[in-house]
Design a protein around this ligand. Structure first.
Ligand SMILES: [Fe+2]
Ligand SMILES: [Fe+2]
Length: 198
């Protein structure tokens, strides 16, 4: 039987895509850029990380804890997310013109990279070994629905930050294209395409 879920990415691939998006944004951050652009890039990173951590905490980690409570790396994530949120608060309160801004972005990203490395080399392969493909795509669909709820109220702000942060950057095209392709895969065509009557 046809299932819309087959068109949806798995939750593990969605998590990898979120990580890549944050990394591409971080790679745009340069000390010599204007305070306005640096602030917009930092805001994009902070918003993306907060939404991503909430999605993992609500949808991914509870299932993994239930399946495999004995695995220590599953329990490391929560305190690491809490520390990340503390650093995000501090970064948000710091002006892009403040010399501490660069340092805070680097500290946040150093921690994020360690956390992402643990998730991508240990937890995600573990989830893919333990959970069925159907379960992973069901969780991916849940993540997409919840993401829309979280992003909806701040969609305008996110788009503006992204436009300022990526202004004049070729990476904006790459990120935009990748997001469009990913969204097309995530939402899929509900019905076969039909031409409208002339
Ligand atoms: Fe995480
Ligand atoms: Fe993650």
């Amino acid at each position: 039987m046809f299932s819309l879920n087959k068109l949806c990415p798995t939750i593990t691939n969605m998590i990898r895509f979120d990580h890549s998006h944050v990394m591409v944004t971080f790679h745009q951050y340069e000390k010599d850029k204007s305070p306005r652009v640096k602030k917009a890039l930092a805001d994009t990173i902070c918003d993306a990380l907060e939404i991503h951590a909430t999605l993992e905490e609500e949808i991914f980690y509870p299932v993994m804890r239930q399946r495999d409570a004995g695995e220590p790396f599953i329990h490391k994530a929560e305190p690491e997310h809490m520390e990340m949120r503390r650093m995000i608060d501090e970064l948000r309160r710091t002006s892009g013109a403040d010399p501490r801004h660069d340092k805070l972005v680097m500290e946040l990203m150093r921690d994020v990279m360690h956390h992402v490395a643990d998730e991508e080399t240990t937890l995600l392969p573990h989830a893919e070994a333990k959970l069925s493909r159907d379960m992973l795509t069901d969780m991916g669909a849940k993540m997409t629905r919840r993401r829309l709820e979280l992003v909806g109220p701040k969609a305008g702000k996110l788009a503006k930050e992204h436009a300022v942060g990526f202004s004049g950057s070729a990476a904006a095209v790459v990120v935009g294209l990748a997001s469009a392709l990913f969204a097309a895969k995530a939402f899929g065509p509900k019905k076969p395409w039909k031409s409208s009557p002339a």
